[in-house]
Design a protein around this ligand. Structure first.
Ligand code: AHR
Length: 650
């Protein structure tokens, strides 16, 4: 690879962005010699439990607080169903736990109830229970009752006021011992709505206890304990090469005890106690380590596994040395769970959990944002993890969570990380002004993983902005900033080998989210992609394996050009952040002929336009055919636009 050539080309692009001049604007592409190889791992996803991404999001469970552990004082999100002649009380009952993991249950004391006037409990879901017409829901719960009370229990999906029943079933045979009950609830013709609740009622006086009360709609690939279909489809459509999980702050937890303790997220869901997350709510851990891995598998993506590295958000750290050894061992066990053979201890556990086949694993991130550790212990902690991981698995690439955007003293010096993870939450304008950011990076240092980045369009950064004043997802201006930033990463994907936008998801209900902007918005029923989602999709689905040298002359247009050497395709990405159209001459040198028809994909809108639940595709890419395409041709970029031209070489 000729590095000097790459650097020259990149510098020229950067210069032209800063110095617009009158006259014809030209993009000259050298299609003869690739400047460098582009990373096949460039486009991936980052995920953690924030904004009700899993519970109330991708994890399809519809019952909020299904194990009654969210609040030690009261059964949050549960209401009593009584009145009209039915009288009952409900309370948490830690004296009647389901098992050692689910350490409380809900006790229902019914003093008056009848067929005509049942009494029971109702769950309001994650801001509503979604009613879809002609749909089969998987309902289940554990229950027991005092002697003499055997049921039946009626299980239903009803309107919020109880007037309308969308689906209903019954189970009977309650005993004084805990038993698991399962049934299918089928809706008929119905208007989709979230104004519904999930209800369990009895028709006789007595006492019953409930736990792990669950309701699932149809899931992706019909997997039990699975994922919400519409959200998975949106992710699959991005064709991500990897998934970085489980965080983010969610990996670290506020305290060491509240870290993502992966061993507690395995096995049947009635053995998962869940834990307090760092974003103000408890996680069920229904989406545990195995589900993360299956999620990767479903998307044909590789895991980028972040392991807890001995630092938690409120400042606690574990000193390198003997104190850290158990955590290092825990990471080695985790690696074995993911990728070890079934003959290994943790590989056997994975097989027992239902997945004998080892998962592909190449990347391990050690911690998250360890520059926050004021004790400066990360260098030592990283070294201890690195040495142990490399000794057991020399093939694994170790990622430092501190990148070169952080002060020197925070970085790792004692080892050479394979990758460093850099995070960039910047204003759209900052991204636009820093289009040459990666052009100047050394080609001899560690590879770069931009493990979190996003443009914000608000006056203040996400962690300072009052969330309620803005739509949860970003507008077109942010998408333009994102796209400029992506051209910089893609143009330099010989060293920026992986990148992922963050956060991925947001449940838009008031009180459900802690961070904006986010790529994909939803409520219990509907979802949509922001302009940033579409910008990312345009980039991630259209790129080649070679970076082509290009010179943009006379226009403040950011660009990145790659070639798919196998299929003879050239992908030209162009971002016009100006409020006026930009005519451009494309001069593709080094090809004799191009296919005369090509494809243009364009995302364009006024900077302050955005998508929403009510208007999900207001800003969306438009694909059209171009004809009469030649090695030198004219193309006009619309104002405020992101364009991908897909040209075929003949
Ligand atoms: O993406 C939101 C948060 O931003 C992540 O949890 C953390 O890593 C970063 O500070």
């Amino acid at each position: 690879m000729n590095m000097m050539k790459t650097m020259t080309a990149i510098a020229l692009v950067a210069t032209s962005l800063a110095t617009t001049r009158a006259g014809e604007a030209t993009l000259t592409i050298d299609a003869e010699q690739p400047a460098a190889k582009s990373s096949p791992m460039l486009y991936g996803l980052m995920t953690e439990e924030i904004n009700h991404c899993y519970d109330g999001g991708l994890y399809a469970e519809l019952v909020q607080n299904r194990a009654f552990l969210d609040n030690a004082k009261e059964p949050a999100h549960w209401l009593l169903v009584q009145g009209n002649g039915a009288v009952a009380t409900m309370a948490l009952d830690p004296a009647q736990p389901l098992n050692e993991h689910l350490t409380t249950s809900l006790r229902l004391d019914v003093s008056e109830a009848s067929q005509a006037h049942p009494a029971g409990i109702a769950n309001s879901g994650y801001w509503g229970i979604p009613v879809h017409p002609h749909t089969r829901y998987r309902a289940s719960f554990y229950a027991k009752a005092e002697p003499g009370m055997s049921g039946p229990v009626t299980v239903s999906i009803q309107s919020e006021d109880g007037e309308k029943v969308y689906a209903k079933g019954t189970v009977s045979g309650l005993t004084p011992e805990w038993k698991h009950y399962e049934l299918t609830l089928k809706t008929g013709k119905a208007e989709p709505t979230v104004k519904a609740r999930y209800v369990l009622t009895v028709t006789q006086p007595g006492t019953a206890w409930f736990d792990l009360v669950s309701l699932f709609p149809p899931t992706w690939n019909n997997q039990p304990n699975g994922f919400r279909k519409d959200l998975m489809q949106m992710l699959v459509d991005l064709k991500p090469a990897f998934l970085r999980f489980p965080g983010g702050n969610y990996l670290e937890g506020d305290t060491v005890q509240q870290r993502f303790d992966w061993k507690k997220t395995l096995g049947p869901i009635d053995e998962r106690p869940g834990h307090q997350g760092p974003w103000g709510y408890r996680s069920t851990d229904g989406l545990g380590l195995l589900e993360f891995l299956e999620w990767c598998e479903d998307m044909k993506a590789e895991p980028v596994l972040a392991v807890y590295a001995g630092y938690s958000l409120k400042g606690a750290h574990i000193d390198p040395g003997a104190d850290l050894t158990p955590y290092v061992q825990d990471a080695l066990d985790e690696i074995e769970y993911v990728s070890g053979p079934v003959t290994s201890k943790w590989g056997a556990r994975r097989a027992q959990d239902g997945h004998p086949k080892p998962f592909k694993l190449h990347y391990i991130e050690i911690g998250n944002e360890d520059w926050f550790d004021k004790s400066l212990s990360y260098d030592g902690r990283f070294a201890q993890f690195y040495d142990a991981i490399k000794e057991a698995h020399p093939e694994l690439k170790c990622i430092s969570s501190v990148g070169s955007e952080q002060p020197k003293e925070k970085r790792v010096h004692s080892r050479q990380p394979d990758f460093i993870d850099e995070h960039y939450y910047r204003s759209a304008a900052d991204f636009m002004n820093d289009a040459a950011h990666f052009d100047h990076y050394s080609r001899t240092g560690p590879d770069i993983f931009v493990g979190e980045w996003a443009a914000y369009e608000t006056p203040k950064p996400p962690w300072e902005t009052s969330l309620k004043d803005y739509p949860a997802t970003p507008d077109m201006k942010a998408a333009l900033g994102d796209a400029v930033w992506m051209t910089s990463m893609e143009r330099n994907s010989d060293i920026v080998k992986m990148q992922c936008y963050a956060p991925l998801f947001v449940n838009e209900n008031p009180g459900a989210y802690q961070w904006r902007p986010d790529m994909i918005g939803y409520n219990a029923l509907h979802s949509y992609g922001s302009p940033s989602y579409y910008a990312f999709r345009m980039f991630s689905r259209n790129h080649g394996d070679e970076i082509l040298k290009a010179t943009m002359d006379g226009a403040p247009v950011a660009c990145s050009i790659t070639k798919d050497s196998q299929h003879g395709l050239i992908f030209v990405k162009l971002v016009n952040t100006q409020p006026k159209a930009q005519p451009l001459k494309l001069d593709i040198q080094g090809v004799r002929r191009l296919k005369s028809t090509a494809t243009a994909i364009t995302l364009t809108a006024a900077p302050d336009e955005y998508n929403s639940l009510n208007s999900p595709t207001h800003v969306a890419p438009v694909t059209r055919k171009l004809s009469n395409v030649k090695p030198v041709f004219d193309y006009t970029l619309p104002a405020n636009s992101i364009t991908v031209l897909k040209l075929g070489i003949r």
